[in-house]
Write a protein that binds this ligand. Structure first.
Ligand SMILES: Nc1nc2c(ncn2[C@@H]2O[C@H](COP(=O)(O)OP(=O)(O)OP(=O)(O)O)[C@@H](O)[C@H]2O)c(=O)[nH]1
Ligand SMILES: [Mg+2]
Length: 341
């Protein structure tokens, strides 16, 4: 199944009900005076982020959303019934974009947040309201205000703290299974992972955090080669990237080749992505004869710390988890420094 992270929909709030023109008619009371009630307000269209929702899949089938109209006012000063609001549930991480202006109207970060995207029209006033000392029998009332119509684009950008990037087969899915509750498919062929997976890491102490495993990148991905770079949007909001490399594929003569390929792809997608801190990790050190490649890699990248581990046997994995936590803590620290007066 395709992972739905984009949808185009229209929303329309309810029209306000018409105000009523009516006069009291009772026995023995001639010229009873106006008694037309107001129209009811139209329903609002409201977005609500809900952690039960994970993708925009439901919007594949339903694209038009309309809240109920308000009822018209009636005689005997009866106000029309208010139209029901329409609540549209979306996953946290969804951006609501006005399709016409391309402006971001709302970015849902937290679950259980609500936002009125289109307010229902006001109900029109009934003729009772227009009665004055000089105009005692008004024969008019207000129409209801029409609802709003909007064309929207919904874009889901998953909310994860750490994103794992690398070539296909580097062991990204194996790594996320080793450190989190996630259980993505793992196999020894490229492009096993076709959709992003989130895993929650609970490292025994402190706040749990979320790691995203995304499909593998290859050279030319930004031009659409392989699965392209579309899925990189899901790590745009992460704070740290884990750059995972299969140690067995490193050529000791040119140890940084793959590492640089991935970085080029990240940079062509967005400079912002390239600026994120990266934890560089060599995986599969359980395979024999890989030590030399590891040394060559570290020597070529001397200014950076390179972690080596085996996602399959979990050797060295705890060190990576601690490192992730350290980066996330530093990030939070920076953020709170920024907020100080
Ligand atoms: N020996 C060894 N094999 C590993 C290790 N980690 C992963 N593998 C194997 O490498 C292959 C690819 O692993 P995946 O986790 O599916 O790789 P991936 O990076 O998610 O691949 P894509 O989803 O295709 O991008 C599988 O056969 C894994 O069993 C490791 O630490 N040691
Ligand atoms: Mg995978």
């Amino acid at each position: 199944m395709k992972f739905f992270d984009e949808a185009f929909i229209t929303v329309q709030s309810g029209d306000g009900g018409r105000g009523c023109v009516s006069f009291r008619r009772e026995k023995f009371i001639p010229r009873g005076g106006p008694d037309g009630g107001d129209g009811g307000k139209g329903g609002d269209v409201i977005f609500k982020s809900s952690s039960h929702r994970r993708t925009l899949y439901p919007f594949r089938f339903k694209r038009q959303f309309k809240a109920q109209n308000g009822s018209h006012g009636q005689g005997k000063r009866k106000t029309g019934k208010q139209g029901d609001d329409l609540i549209i549930e979306i996953p946290p991480g969804t951006l609501i974009i006005d399709e016409e202006t391309n402006e971001i109207v709302k970015d849902f970060i937290e679950p259980d947040a609500t936002y009125i995207i289109a307010e229902g029209g006001r109900g029109g006033q009934g003729n009772t309201r227009f009665k004055t000392a000089t105009h005692r029998a008004p024969r008019f009332a207000q129409p209801g205000e029409p609802g709003q119509f909007l064309k929207l684009k919904l874009e889901l950008k998953l909310l994860a703290d750490v994103g794992i990037v690398g070539l296909p087969n580097a062991g990204k899915s194996t790594l996320i299974s080793a450190i989190s509750s996630a259980t993505p498919k793992i196999a020894d062929y490229p492009f096993t992972t076709l959709t992003p997976t989130l895993g929650v890491v609970q490292a025994g102490w402190g706040e749990p955090f979320v790691v995203a495993d995304i499909p593998g990148l290859i050279e030319g991905a930004h031009k659409g080669v392989g699965l392209g770079t579309h899925f990189l949007r899901h790590i745009e909001r992460t704070r740290v990237l884990v750059h995972l490399i299969d140690i067995a594929t490193i050529d000791p003569q040119n140890p940084l080749a793959e590492y640089e390929t991935i970085n080029r792809e990240l940079a062509s997608y967005s400079s912002q992505l390239m600026e994120k801190p990266q934890i560089v990790v060599l995986n599969k050190i359980d395979l024999t004869g890989t030590a030399e490649a590891g040394k060559a890699f570290q020597a070529a990248l001397k200014d950076r710390e390179v972690l080596q581990l085996s996602a399959a046997t979990r050797k060295g994995v705890d060190k990576l988890t601690s490192k992730m936590i350290k980066y996330l803590d530093d990030f939070n620290q920076d953020q709170s420094d920024d907020n100080e007066p």
